[in-house]
Write a new protein. Structure first.
Ligand code: PHE
Length: 388
């Protein structure tokens, strides 16, 4: 067969298939870059045709593999396999010995030209793969500014602190001042001035923590009455929240807990004022419809004294486990300030009278949030705290 190429006027005879040429995107038949004598079937040896066929198929394989290489490492491998020093194309050089001196340069040029073509294809494929790699990385590292931001975990108030603030807000709204007093108190302030005699059971070693220097960790916040009434002139309306300590520990008692103390001293203050203020407070805290009841009780520093119950907020008064089937929950102690206490603070009980009350902050918090173990309030376990 004799072919004439488009850009060369040499009639050449070449083996190989049009299909290979199609895959290689090269002109078929292969243009033979030669300045030498024209080749045709008569002048082409069997050995040359065989070698050209081999070059043809090696190159077809090479291009096929290179254009479909899907990664840079794979491409490196192919380059070594085909174009490397010991590669398939280099192997073809060794077969040149079978050719005549005249044919050698022809086959050599043919091989070199086609090899240059493969080098170009390899470079092109490399650029494509590198560009794809850059694109892939850019996409992987791209920031989607439309995504919602990651929320920053922030803390919130402890349920006890929430209760304290809520209580203070209610009493402030009724004109009370918020004050503080120390946790380590003298026996006078914690007991004597409050009309608690030396042999009162509350002073028992089991209830009270004494310091080595004979002070006490306050067992209640009522000492605040003594401190502020001694320092300030009536009329007074003060509440004070803080830690108190008693040697006691079970699911409803902790050796340290919180109380809020409140009192009011003015002219002609009666039990009616006490009930009015506490009802307003309890209904504001637990809900406007909550029922309350005042039961006679005893405290050395108030006379008369009462304990206040609210209708059980769990069963609405019908009786449940929390209220021991009574329908009522005891929430605070209160009473009219004992004249001895007023006198101990330099206030004349003939001119002034007042009421006082003490609230367990822990109990209020437990009732409000349905917590059944006081220790949960002090363990700082986030699994518990984040529920509020
Ligand atoms: N201090 C009392 C207690 O701790 C409560 C209380 C305060 C009672 C004020 C009456 C008046 O139990």
């Amino acid at each position: 067969m004799t072919y004439r190429t488009a850009h060369q006027n040499h009639p050449i005879s070449l083996p190989g298939s049009p299909r290979a040429a199609q895959i290689l995107h090269i002109q078929y038949p292969l243009p033979l870059m030669t300045d030498g004598p024209a080749l045709n079937e008569d002048t082409t040896s069997e050995a040359l045709r065989a070698l050209l066929a081999e070059i043809d198929s090696a190159l077809a394989d090479a291009e096929n593999a290179i254009t479909t290489a899907d990664s840079l490492p794979r491409l490196d491998e192919l380059r070594i396999n085909y174009l490397g020093k010991k590669g398939r194309l280099a192997g073809l050089n060794q077969k040149f010995g079978q050719l005549s001196a005249e044919e050698k340069p022809l086959a050599g040029r043919q091989l070199n030209n086609r090899k240059a073509e493969i080098v170009r294809i390899e470079k092109e494929r490399r650029e494509q793969l590198e560009a794809a790699e850059i694109r892939r990385r850019l996409e992987a590292e791209a920031i989607d500014v439309t995504l919602p931001g990651a929320a920053i975990a922030s803390g919130h108030l402890h349920p006890l602190e929430r209760t304290r603030r809520e209580m203070e807000a209610i009493f402030r709204s009724m004109g009370f001042r918020v004050m503080e007093s120390p946790e380590i108190e003298t026996e006078w302030i914690n007991f004597e001035a409050l009309n608690i005699a030396a042999d009162h059971p509350a002073r028992d070693m089991q209830d009270t923590f004494f310091t080595e220097r004979g002070r006490v960790l306050r067992t209640h916040t009522s000492g605040n009455q003594i401190r502020t009434m001694t320092e300030l002139e009536p009329p007074l309306a003060i509440i004070s929240t803080g830690k108190v300590y008693r040697c006691d520990s079970d699911v409803t008692h902790s050796p340290m807990f919180y109380q809020t103390e409140g009192y009011l001293v003015d002219k002609n203050i009666s039990m009616g004022h006490l009930k009015g203020v506490l009802n307003a407070f309890l209904q504001s805290f637990f809900g406007a419809n909550v029922g309350t009841r005042f039961r006679p009780s005893f405290f050395p520093f108030t006379e008369p004294s009462a304990e206040v119950d609210v209708e059980c907020i769990f069963c609405k008064g019908s009786g449940c486990r929390v209220c021991s089937q009574t329908g009522w929950l005891e929430v605070l102690g209160c009473g009219m300030i004992h004249p001895t206490v007023l006198r101990n603070c330099g206030i004349d009980p003939e001119n002034w009278s007042g009421f006082a009350f003490g609230v367990g902050l822990d109990r209020f918090t437990m009732l409000k949030y349905g917590i059944n173990n006081i220790r949960l309030l002090y363990e700082n376990d986030l699994r518990f705290l984040t529920q509020f």
